[in-house]
Design a protein around this ligand. Structure first.
Ligand SMILES: Nc1ncnc2c1ncn2[C@@H]1O[C@H](COP(=O)(O)OP(=O)(O)O)[C@@H](O)[C@H]1O
Ligand SMILES: [Mg+2]
Length: 385
């Protein structure tokens, strides 16, 4: 049984329907990312899970029990907010101690000076817990500092530390990296993924940044307009998107989309070129063909399945190089990944030939749903073209 389960969650604000019936089982210990464009309802869903917002209908279950009526503080979930929300006048140790003091000490025991004298053992235990948590986060040398004396990344970890000391069932994070500069944001991705591994606690992570979702998650749920369009491991979502909107949202550079036809024999055609063969429809239909930049390669112009384009821009990212080419009348743009060696042979304005590497085209119907690659005929491309 999954630790956390959202069942048929709907939410409207007045006449605005924000969540359209979300079902989501979050597995124990996974790093689950809710990812989607701004305004799709990610924060609302997370807040409903945390208990900060009530669903219009549906249930939130934790450990098999419905918690709709349980207060946020009693759900034992730790919400880590975007703003670090550390007390500026307290040291990091004191900040981390605060939730423990509130939970484990009586009013008298919390009093300054008298409290620690009355409950020496308890204080020692709490200090030990703070120390241990700080070690995991590698902020133990910073415990005596105040938040103002820490870098953005250190503050982030301190805020996490304050949430961690209570040993929650899950950490809920809403765009926790969005206040950081680009370099630190990328560094924190690996820190968070590593932290998740070492803690083994469930993370539910909200972001609009598909790269964050791809790099950190065990599974990612791609949300659009209050629906989860696809839920799966990053590899699966990237390589096997079930909808054109998922294909477009995930991956950088953006997937190439070409208008094509699926004929009655199941051949997927872009103009005169056959790109794939999939299960044949009853009658010919218009489709959209999705090709990722890395699924295209430069070929000889004589290659029968080659597409023609003209280089408009060379995007050099150091390890990767992307050729942006225009096709046909110039309206269609395509991005092709090339090695620096290959790219050295072409210049802006050159005509190039490129082709799909075998087995990689995705085909989407007019409704945006993926049409399955039933039985690709391995070597037939050049023969039928
Ligand atoms: N308290 C609220 N009152 C009215 N509308 C809201 C409220 N909270 C969120 N919304 C609306 O719900 C939609 C989803 O918001 P949100 O969950 O914050 O999206 P995301 O986090 O994916 O960017 C938005 O259109 C937003 O304006
Ligand atoms: Mg949000």
């Amino acid at each position: 049984m999954s630790a956390i389960s959202l069942q048929a969650i709907k939410k409207s604000f007045g006449k605005t329907n924000v969540l359209a019936g979300i079902d989501l089982d979050i597995r124990d210990g996974e790093f689950l990312t809710l990812v989607g464009p701004s305004g799709c309802g990610k924060s609302t869903l997370l807040r409903i899970l945390a208990g900060l917002e009530a669903p219009s209908s549906g249930s939130v279950m934790i450990g098999g029990k419905t918690v709709n009526a349980v207060r946020p503080a009693d759900r034992n979930l730790a919400m880590v907010f975007q703003s670090y929300a550390l007390y500026p006048h307290l040291t990091i140790a004191q900040n981390m101690m605060t939730p423990l003091r509130l939970r484990d000490l009586s009013f008298t025991e919390r009093l300054p000076i008298i409290g620690p004298m009355l409950a020496r053992e308890k204080y020692r235990k709490l200090q030990h817990q703070v120390q241990e948590t700080a070690k995991v986060l590698r902020i133990d040398p910073l415990l005596d500092r105040k938040p103002g004396q820490l870098s953005g990344g250190q503050r982030q970890r301190a805020a996490l530390g304050r949430a961690m000391v209570r040993k929650p069932i899950a950490f809920l994070m809403d765009e926790p990296l969005s206040n950081l500069d680009a370099a630190l944001r990328i560094h924190m991705r690996s820190e968070l993924a590593e932290l998740h591994r070492s803690l083994g606690t469930t993370f539910v992570y909200v972001t609009h940044d598909q790269a964050e979702a791809l790099t950190m998650s065990t599974r990612m749920a791609v949300m659009m307009d209050g629906h989860i369009l696809q839920l799966g491991p990053p590899d699966e979502v990237y390589n096997n998107p079930n909808h054109i909107r998922v294909a477009e949202f995930v991956g950088s550079p953006k997937i190439n989309l070409l208008p094509g036809e699926l004929d009655t024999s199941g051949y997927v055609r872009f103009g005169d070129t056959v790109l794939s063969r999939i299960s044949a429809p009853g009658s010919a239909i218009s489709v959209t063909i999705g090709l990722r930049a890395e699924h295209l390669a430069l070929v000889e112009p004589s290659d029968a399945s080659a597409l023609q384009g003209r280089v408009a821009y060379k995007e050099n990212l150091g390890s990767d190089l992307f050729l942006h080419a225009t096709m046909k009348d110039g309206a269609q743009r395509v991005v092709i990944r090339a090695t620096p060696q290959e790219a050295a042979t072409v210049s802006v304005g050159n005509d190039i030939s490129f082709a799909r590497k075998r087995g990689e085209a995705m085909v989407f119907g007019q409704d945006g749903n993926r049409i399955g690659l039933a039985d690709i005929v391995p070597d037939s491309m050049s023969e039928v073209a």
